[in-house]
Design a protein around this ligand. Structure first.
Ligand code: FEO
Length: 132
């Protein structure tokens, strides 16, 4: 799985969220280049960090969306909740010793980072930038 480079295409228009997304890309890339070179405990640590930071970032976005009464807040939050639940499910399978989970998690994360940021996050970022 290839790493992800930050580009203007990924910018959502709200700087704080762009910074969070850059950090998420960094965590994803760290996992991506480390797989095959590290043991399961280290993979688990990286997955925990990624899931934990993702949860923090989602709460960050949701707090700002609520503050500005973003009209699509509930739709966006529901997508966040589903993504966290799917990531936690894959993490638990990994901890249970199911084979091939990191290889499933990487495309899932890559797809999330690209599709979610370029879709719902951009829509939200555009709304927020119009409020300032
Ligand atoms: Fe940046 Fe909606 O997550």
């Amino acid at each position: 799985m290839s790493t992800l480079e930050w580009s203007d295409e990924l910018a959502c228009g709200y700087e704080d969220f762009d910074n969070d997304h850059k950090h998420l890309l960094g965590l994803y890339n760290k996992l991506c280049v480390s797989l095959g070179k590290i043991d399961d405990d280290q993979i688990a640590d990286m997955l925990e960090e990624l899931i934990s930071y993702t949860g923090w970032h989602f709460r960050h976005e949701e707090r700002i969306m609520q503050e500005y009464e973003y009209p699509d807040y509930f739709e966006h939050k529901q997508v966040h909740d589903t993504l966290v639940s799917q990531a936690k499910d894959l993490y638990e399978q990994f901890m249970d010793g199911v084979e091939g989970i990191p290889e499933q998690l990487l495309p899932f994360l890559k797809n999330w980072l690209v599709e979610h940021i370029m879709g719902l996050d951009k829509k939200n970022g555009q709304f927020l930038s119009e409020q300032q």
